[in-house]
Design a protein around this ligand. Structure first.
Ligand SMILES: [Zn+2]
Length: 343
């Protein structure tokens, strides 16, 4: 097959960066991957994005101003959620509560970045730090096993990231319920979710059974405290919550995002590896996932960005090939009490 930018052994799509190591990906005679083959033309996609954005804007219009906070923002302090916060405040005029989860591995620069962005935008900000023994146990188990997550989730993020995302999403739901906030906003970008839609509604009643099963699974893996971090209060079933991901309605290059939030004083951390701008644990997840599955956990989102002209193909391949530094992996593994032979 033609086009082999990253490896002599693998077939690489001639358009994006998906390769033959990713399960379920096939190639036609021209070297185009099965996802690129199914992707509609750019003008059709632009119409779909605009329609999804209009739905989101319609909800925002109907909701804005009725309560002290219109929106709780899952604000990691990284580049994408910083841009989301700016968009919600400056473009959509929403009253936002920014919430950061301190997972024990935040970059040393995250607090300064959070203060810079929330300060410039005039947004209330809270930091929530879950119990360290629970988080350490969760990460240790996630590093050595991934059976607690669906296979589809493991394709798009490492086991460690999936566990962390579960804690974050649940906490945002809890805050929305406790403070009667109608909208939750996230910083997801294209390729990170199975379906790229800027807006969806969670029916907590319909999801209650599914959540109860998941919580039991997490308790089995991570211990009793998991019920607090993955479960919701009993009255949650009466509520609907709207989730928006404004980045999915926008098409932005990373350099545009960083230039914009740079005006607030946001600076790129230097201790978070190649693919994260807020978390020092990320590299271990990337390392384990790449070794275990033979492909990078960020390959779907990078492929999506390349496919839509938001990231140069060569730059994406370079990022996918950049292995985490061994010293960093060792540092994280030591902090989690994970032995080298376990990963
Ligand atoms: Zn492709």
């Amino acid at each position: 097959m033609m086009n082999r930018p990253g490896s002599l052994r693998l077939t690489w799509c001639r358009r994006c960066v998906l390769n033959s190591a990713v399960p379920g990906i096939s190639f036609d005679d021209t070297g185009l991957c099965s996802i690129c083959q199914k992707t509609p033309p750019e003008d059709t996609l632009a119409e779909q994005r605009a329609a999804s954005r209009r739905e989101m804007e319609d909800i925002i219009e109907k909701t804005r101003g009725a309560r002290p906070y219109d929106c709780v923002v899952a604000f990691s302090g990284g580049k994408d959620s910083s841009y989301v916060l700016k968009t919600l405040v400056e473009i959509y005029k929403l009253s936002c509560l920014a919430v950061t989860i301190d997972n024990g591995f935040l970059s040393r620069g995250v607090v300064d970045n959070c203060k810079a962005v929330c300060g410039a935008l005039g947004v209330d900000h809270i930091m929530f730090t879950p119990k360290t023994p629970f988080m350490t146990a969760m990460y240790r188990k996630s590093a050595t096993s991934e059976e607690m997550h669906p296979r589809s989730a493991i394709q798009r993020a490492s086991s460690i990231c999936n566990s962390c995302i579960g804690v974050i999403n649940t906490h945002m739901l809890r805050i929305a319920l406790q403070q009667n906030i109608p909208i939750i906003a996230g910083g997801y970008i294209g390729g990170q979710l199975p379906k790229d839609t800027a807006y969806f509604r969670i029916n907590l009643k319909a999801n209650a059974q599914q959540r109860a099963v998941a919580v039991r699974r997490f308790v089995g893996h991570f211990g009793e405290d998991a019920a607090d971090y993955f479960g919701l209060p009993p009255n949650a079933a009466d509520r609907d919550v709207v989730v928006i991901n404004p980045m999915l309605g926008l098409m932005l290059r990373e350099d545009e995002i960083i230039e914009t939030i740079g005006k607030f004083g946001w600076t790129r951390p230097t201790d978070t590896g190649v693919t994260s701008t807020n978390c020092r644990l990320n590299d271990l997840g990337v390392y384990i996932h790449s070794r275990r599955h033979g492909f990078h956990p960020y390959i779907f989102e990078m492929a999506d960005q390349v496919r839509h002209g938001l990231l140069d193909r060569e730059a994406a391949v370079a990022k996918l090939r950049a292995l985490p530094e061994y010293a960093q992996i060792q540092w994280i593994a030591d902090r989690l009490g994970v032995g080298h032979n376990e990963i």
